[in-house]
Design a protein around this ligand. Sequence first.
Ligand code: AVJ
Length: 321
Amino acid sequence: MNTVRPDQDDDGQPSRAQLLALVQRGLRSRPKRLPSWLFYDERGSRLFERICEQPEYYLTRCEIALLERHAADIARAFGPQVRLVEYGSGNAVKTRLLLEQLEDPVCYVPVELAADALRVSVERLGRLFPELPLQPLCADFTRPLRLPVAPRAPRRTVIYFPGSTLGNFESRDAVALLRKMRGEMGEAGGVLVGVDLKKDPAVIEAAYNDAAGVTADFTLNLLVRLNRELGCDFDLDAFRHRARYNRLAGRVETHLVSQRAQEVRVGRMRIRFAAQEAMLVEYSAKYAPAEFAALANRAGLTVRHRWTDPDGMFAAFCLGR
Ligand code: AVJ
């Protein structure tokens, strides 16, 4: 999937022309596909927060339970005077649990493309840790980062990538992203990555098909966004959310399925959908611990530690060179 994002304007968002070109390319390819980062406009980000509160969506709760139990051990593994760089806007709860345990942290650098989300997380963390220097970076973490100069010399730079977001990347792109982290963390640095583990497929599928339909709304919001930002005319009643666990590939594959034969305007193009044609919008990969270790190895990284939540659903891996 096209998980690597285009160049951005100064406000960090792709321009309308870039967005249009990328969407047209995705809709002309076979099978049709759109990148999952398109979910996260303002409404999409709010819907994702509601997904995290659904009883079926175990990932966030398990990752928080993991940190509640193991954050002290994790912090000990990294040692004192860490510069913590987080990919994505920090969920205040997770980041707080980690920062509370770090000994004498040097600074916290949240990296986030959405300027409002970045501001919110900095305000929250600033209130919780008034002494800690915050160095927000409004940037796309899939691209090379220029990290701000730290306020004092850190012993170690740790890149924190929670939430199993790495699972949204196809394995080649995931390896490339891990390799990029390896460069940014430097010789002595480390990576802390949250990973959803393989488990009963019924449990996984339920997490992406909550009974309240929040995930379906989240997926369909992609079309709402394209209608608004590109003037498309997707009929929201003519597409359905479908999320299935592909055992062979070890991932949830989310599609938007056309409910009838139809044509949609996308800029100057008209895109034809057959009845029951499925457009790929998201992968969410699930890993066995050994599979994840092999993925890290391909990026030149080694698993130093692994922690799991009490139910063994979700893992945090500490990686080093
Ligand atoms: C935020 C990317 C980790 O893949 O589980 C939740 C996004 N998609 N429900 C995931 C998501 C559908 C989520 N990540």
